[in-house]
Ligand binder design. Structure first.
Ligand code: 3DD
Length: 426
């Protein structure tokens, strides 16, 4: 490990040059965020503001961090998952002078130690993915909300869910913007990003043929829908399990088989959990799985696959290849658990492609900027979870389209008048 007290702690600073090249690769495919970087490096609207981030340290996140720094912010960063940090990227950020505490393969105690390091500079803004940073402030440093923090943003579905529950309890001590719920995040990052990156993680950890395999996707929300569609595209027979009738109906009409996990467990070759709920795959499911079944998770936390249950029905395990543990069951059959049940897309691959993170992180940047600009005017949003303004969504989509060379129509004045004229009938 390489560290400079109070400044950084990363796996290996010798990886910085490789990390720099990875970041340049991402920069070449994130034109919306790079345009924001060019625009705001001049005015530096975040000058005097300190941003603590707790978000997967990937080549794409590094572009967001560099954009916030270019716009004048002082930044301190930790990863939001013990297995998702790219050590080369973390080294490159440390070498560029960013305060960063993150390495691949940390334990839970180290995970929270890293978050604590980012709180030492008393942040004004927090940027979260899974709400562990916000939660730590509320649990261990509640005074920060009154003394330092003016607001935060949350990247993922699970985090927004937790924060909305906190707000409903009146327990949220500062305003948070739900970046996850932006159309240009949820409908793109969650669907196309998770769809591709989850299969990327599974293929890097197994290199199995997907065509003809029974792929069981638990949860048909934005993420599960993306995984199911892309698995189908690769020739898999997709089975969906759900608890929500409308989601199950959508999967059925999309041509997927829908059944209970009790039945899917018997026939599945590859399992992907994407529900956000715990105990989706438990002991009885492992007991009925075929020899060679592959089990993975793409939900934010590692609670969806009950690993103690898998251990209980097994007589031993070994790492058969990177991010792939072979559990020898007592019935003699084998089950392969990927990425220790954590986010397989980030732990066994590189997370979503740069092109979709471009819009997610443009929303992060614009939302952080909105809080700071309001603060400069003496305005503080209400201590609850706030949505992204529709205009922000559409402007990010418009810029993205222009970077893709795609032109669209505009409504004529007559059409606008027609849309607003409720008396116009048949
Ligand atoms: N997430 C997925 N891929 C990522 C990447 N390449 N960099 C940073 C974060 C990345 C997770 C986020 O998409 C977040 O939206 C989530 O967990 O929902």
């Amino acid at each position: 490990m390489d560290q400079k007290a109070g400044k950084y702690k990363v796996r290996d600073m010798k990886l910085a040059a490789e990390g720099k090249r990875l970041i340049e690769w991402a920069e070449s495919r994130m034109p919306v965020l790079m345009a924001l970087q060019e625009k705001y490096r001049v005015t530096k609207p975040f000058k005097g503001y300190r941003i603590a981030g707790c978000l997967h340290v990937t080549k794409e996140t590094a572009v967001l961090v560099k954009t916030l720094v270019a716009a004048g912010a002082e930044v301190s960063w930790s990863g939001c998952n013990p297995l998702s940090t790219n050590d080369a990227v973390a080294a490159a950020l440390a070498a560029e002078g960013v305060s960063i505490f993150a390495w691949h393969g940390m334990n839970v105690k180290e995970f929270y130690w890293c978050i604590d390091q980012t709180l030492k500079f008393h942040p004004n803004l927090t940027l979260d993915d899974g709400a562990d940073l916000i939660f730590t402030i509320h649990k261990d440093h509640p005074e920060f909300a009154e003394k330092f923090v003016i607001g935060g943003t949350e990247e993922t579905t699970t985090g927004v869910h937790r924060l909305r529950a906190m707000a409903a309890d009146g327990a949220l001590k500062y305003p948070v913007i739900a970046v996850n719920d932006a159309e240009t995040k949820w409908d793109f990052d969650n669907v196309y990003g998770t769809g591709q990156s989850t299969l990327d993680g599974i293929l890097r950890a197994t290199s199995v043929l997907l065509a003809g395999k029974n792929v069981v996707v638990a949860g048909y929300g934005h993420c599960g829908k993306g995984v199911a569609a892309r698995a189908k595209g690769l020739g898999a027979n997709v089975i969906v399990t759900e608890v929500k009738p409308t989601a199950a109906l959508k999967a059925t009409l999309e041509g997927m088989r829908v059944m209970k996990m009790d039945d899917a467990a018997k026939v599945g070759d590859i399992f992907v959990t994407a529900t956000g709920v715990k105990d989706v795959i438990v002991k009885r499911h492992f007991q009925s799985m075929k020899d060679g079944a592959i089990v993975s998770n793409t939900g934010h936390y590692d609670c969806e696959i009950n690993i103690p249950d898998l251990a209980a029905v097994s007589k031993g395990k070994r790492e058969i290849r990177a991010n792939n543990e072979e559990y020898k069951k007592k019935d003699g059959k084998r089950v392969y658990l990927l990425a220790q049940g954590r986010l397989v897309n980030l732990a066994a691959a590189e997370g979503h492609p740069s092109e979709v993170m471009d819009m997610s992180f443009a929303n992060q940047f614009m939302s952080q900027l909105r809080i700071a600009e309001l603060h400069k005017k003496g305005v503080r949003l209400e201590n609850t979870v706030h949505d992204i303004p529709v205009e922000q969504d559409q402007s990010i989509a418009r810029v993205k389209l222009s970077t893709m060379g795609i032109k669209i129509d505009t409504l004529t004045p007559e059409q606008i008048k027609y849309n607003e004229d409720y008396s116009a009938g048949t």
